[in-house]
Design a protein around this ligand. Sequence first.
Ligand code: GTP
Ligand code: MG
Length: 304
Amino acid sequence: MLQPATLKFTNPLYGQLIVGPPGSGKTTYCQNAFKFYKELGRQVGIVNLDPANENMDYTACIDVMELITVQDVMDNMHLGPNGALMYCAEYLEEHLEDWLLPNLRKKSAECRYFLFDCPGQVELYTHHASMSRIFERLEREGYHLVTVNLIDSHYCSEPSKFVSTLLLALNMMLRMGLPHVNVLSKADLLKQHEDKLHFSLDFYTDVLDLKYLLEVLDDTPSLKRYKKLNAAICSMVEDYALVSFHLLDSRSTESMLRLRNHLDKANGYIYKAGEEQSVNALMACAVGAEPETLRQSKDIDPYV
Ligand SMILES: Nc1nc2c(ncn2[C@@H]2O[C@H](COP(=O)(O)OP(=O)(O)OP(=O)(O)O)[C@@H](O)[C@H]2O)c(=O)[nH]1
Ligand SMILES: [Mg+2]
């Protein structure tokens, strides 16, 4: 005989992996996002995974610096800062089962949504495998993750820097293989660089017609020989059609709300069972509830 269907409500775990080049605003974002999500009523906590985090103005619920620091590795193993950071990443991976995961399990009674403040050295995500194996293990532990890749919007002001930004973003997306949201951070400063921008902001956020970018690349003789390489990179980025950006000023609630909508779609938080959701919040997040042109204008308008 058929049994009546039973509905099982779970209380899933979620995480944002905040990555991006040094100085792109990861720690500041974590600090502001913590307050922002707390106000929304989420059980949020910050996990510091950066063993050289110096300007942490937040209280981390788990701090890798209690396990290992770059400074200690430099002093004891006689390594330089980059080598020491690689060592720390490998050490953290070795101690996943006896340090990070048990600590996360302990905290998960009070926190279900974690912001992971990650180290900035891009090699850790583009060449080295420890961080991606750590993230993989978190996924197997049941975390619904999204990578938030912060890139300083200052890079829009120079075409060659923007090309390398595109390559970096694509490389990270392909290597990490997780839901991924690219963000141009410090969007509040864009007005200051406005005169240096060759195109309107949607050109940089949508990453559509990159041939125009090639036309404005520096033509000095020493750089001319890279033209073919830049053309090949742009063509590859266009072929994959994966890279686009959202603008963020992490000190503005409106800007954080817009980003939250994208992140909630990416890690599936909008489908969270059992959470009280106002119809408005759901409508704002629902896929397709907002035409793409409207979304873009809302994202871009405040910064132009
Ligand atoms: N104007 C502006 N400044 C910002 C913003 N976010 C961060 N900053 C500044 O950028 C600088 C670097 O910010 P951090 O948050 O330390 O950057 P990070 O990515 O954590 O840096 P590392 O940990 O060294 O890789 C700080 O001086 C911040 O105050 C922003 O949205 N707008
Ligand atoms: Mg930091």
